[in-house]
Design a protein around this ligand. Sequence first.
Ligand code: HEM
Length: 194
Amino acid sequence: MLRNTSTGYGRVAIAFHWTMAILIIGMLAFGLYMTTLPPTDPATFQLFQLHKSIGFIVLTLAILRLVWRLLNPSPKLPEGMHPLEKLAAHLGHIGLYALIFAMPITGWFMVSASPWGIPTVLFNIQPIPHLPVPEALGTKEQAEAFFKLLHEYGAYLLIALVVVHVAAAMKHHFIARDDTLKRMVSTKPARSES
Ligand code: HEM
């Protein structure tokens, strides 16, 4: 099994990171774009279906990644970092994980609450059941509006966290000149096979 050590990430962790980075940034742009299109156009409907399908792939990858991470703890942050910087990094990572789960889950609740009852069919192949929506949220319209708001503001928060995350990676690479970014690109600095 290939896995990370105390100084580097393994191939699986690197593959999860970049696959999910592409999917999530793509989904943020995709979501913002598709909501500007005429809602009754059949082409828009297909895009919404695709958005939902890719969202379920992200949710599946997020679960697998979290399990992988719990079994293979991440390497330590660089020694030279101030304790407050380390705390900010940990909080940022927790926030990213939370939103990576929250986006597909709020999207799933949103379509489950919709009074239109539009089915979700994964890539037009596998039907996905609707989630039970708590009655405390009011009518279907109210529940849908609630989850839509969470999905929309969750997206803005996720965009902000991704920007900070990328800026921090750049700071490590170009200003602190440590291995933080390099070790998420290659296993070479701390490769271990066991
Ligand atoms: C990584 C996962 C996801 C990301 C990053 C994401 C992102 C977004 C963004 C940025 C928007 C536009 C928000 C707005 O301006 O109103 C959006 C809209 C939407 N998303 Fe997602 N989404 C994800 C997963 C899902 C899933 C799994 C579903 C459903 C199963 C879903 C259903 C929808 C729907 C129906 C809309 C349109 C809301 C409207 O009617 O305005 N999303 N998404």
